[in-house]
Design a protein. Structure first.
Length: 451
């Protein structure tokens, strides 16, 4: 076991060194180059780094793979070159499956009974192999179709190794002029979420909570648990109908695409502002789509919960952005912990960021993914400058919120969705503000989760 951890540490550490050397080489070569040559060098660096990341992380499971999938989701949202997006997208493909005999052994060991007494049948061929676990379709003795999800062997020991390297990667972020305190807070947030993803009892509690929160939500399905067949390493739940995103895009009508995208967008605002409990893993494989556009949510390991007052500050910042009120938006950003200084230059830059993101929400309707959709293109110059201002910070609570937003945005771009995004945002953001100010009763959301 120690040898395996050392091997992971060596490979991940080597990856950090390779990417850093490539970055420095690209910067040195670009010193005397003209603008066109610098752009070419940057594009080449992005592709080489993506190749190195995909090659190394694609061979690993555990936290390393989860971090890689987060990079892939971000790449699809920020308009990196198409070849870079395609390269990183390899990280969203299934890893090599674990032999079924190991899966059967682990189920029996964890649930304490022979597998034949637990299930009428289990298909040895997995329906999915992810970074942390593997899922198989099965049937209970009652005839109920289920999914059985089993945590990979060795995940817990490798998790700490991966987190050690991740801390080093974040510390190398001094190139972006981030403070040690901010980097440590980011690491603690990521570490907490990854530890939760290896606790299947916590995930079972998450599923039960989402069942309650979304049971009456039209267009959304959440699997029901089979509690007697769940443990800290095994989860058994309903087998939801539906197909992956790419198959849905090929088979379903544009109207169904639009319905699914509208549902996902509205659901994001509802989860964040109303329930303060967010399904925070944007991997496309964590959604199943039915032919009519109904969306099934799967994999509830990564769930982010928010304090009602913090999310109200976020809602105020969003509403002020849509209303074009820079003073209120920056005041809310300060309350969030996203702006920690007084520099007018930094304030103008942060407002430029908020103002650009808010633009689509000012229209009566807006189409994400259309030819005229250019938010990220207009945002890119600001994004390059934000890390240069230490007083513009990323609060820990913002990490998974914007990770989920980026992942859902990338999916919406593929679906090409036209909707009244501003009205959807305003309804839910105003709810969050009113709730925090005591004008609404509790919905029993984040503050009442079982763990």
């Amino acid at each position: 076991m120690a040898g395996r951890r050392l091997d992971r540490l060596t490979r991940l550490g080597g990856l950090t060194g390779k990417v850093t050397r490539s970055y420095l080489q690209e910067r040195l070569k670009g010193v005397l180059a003209d603008e066109e040559e610098r752009a070419r060098l940057k594009r080449r660096f992005q592709l080489e780094a993506a190749e190195q990341i995909a090659e190394q992380l694609g061979q690993l499971r555990g936290a390393a793979m989860k971090v890689g999938q987060g990079l892939a989701a971000a790449a699809g949202a920020i308009d990196l070159p198409e070849e870079v997006v395609l390269t990183l997208s390899r990280l969203n493909r299934e890893a090599p499956p674990v032999p079924y005999r190991w899966i059967a052994e682990d189920i029996e060991s964890s649930l304490g009974r022979p597998i034949t007494s637990l299930f009428a049948s289990i298909n040895p061929r997995p329906i999915g192999t992810a970074s942390l676990g593997q899922a198989h379709a099965g049937v209970l003795h009652t005839g109920r179709p289920v999914v059985v999800k089993v945590l990979h062997r060795g995940t817990l020991p490798s998790l700490q190794t991966d987190l050690t390297v991740l801390r080093a990667l974040l510390r190398s972020g001094k190139l972006l002029r981030r403070s040690g305190e901010e980097l440590d807070q980011a690491f603690e947030e990521i570490s907490a979420r990854l530890h939760e993803e290896t606790d299947y009892l916590q995930e079972a509690a998450n599923i039960a909570q989402f069942q309650r929160l979304l049971r009456d939500r039209e267009g959304v399905k959440v699997p029901a648990l089979v509690p007697a067949l769940c443990s800290d390493r095994v989860l058994t739940m309903d087998l939801l109908p539906g197909v992956p995103l790419q198959e849905f895009l090929c088979r379903a009508a544009p109207e169904a695409h639009a319905r699914a995208g509208h549902t996902l967008g509205g659901l994001f605002f509802e989860m964040v502002f109303r329930h303060r409990t967010l399904h925070a893993d944007p991997h496309p494989g964590n959604f199943l789509f039915q032919e009519d556009g109904t969306v099934g949510l799967v994999d509830f390991g990564c769930v982010k919960r928010f304090d009602e007052f913090w999310i109200a500050h976020y809602a105020r910042a969003a509403l002020a952005g849509v209303d074009g009120d820079s003073e209120l938006a920056l005041a809310a950003a300060r309350d969030l912990g996203a702006w920690r200084g007084n520099s007018p230059q930094a304030g103008r830059l942060l407002w430029s960021f908020i103002d650009t993101i808010a633009a689509p929400f000012r229209a009566e309707e807006y189409t994400i993914g259309a030819a005229e959709h250019s938010v990220m293109e207009r945002l890119r110059p600001t994004l390059r400058r934000l890390p240069m201002h230490a007083e513009i910070a990323v609060p820990p609570d913002l990490i998974y919120l914007h990770r989920a937003l980026a992942g859902l945005y990338a999916i919406a771009r593929r679906l090409v969705v036209r909707a009244p995004w501003g009205a959807l945002l305003r309804r839910e953001a105003e709810y969050a503000v009113n709730f925090a100010e005591g004008r609404l009763p509790s919905t029993g959301s984040a503050d009442e989760h079982p763990r």
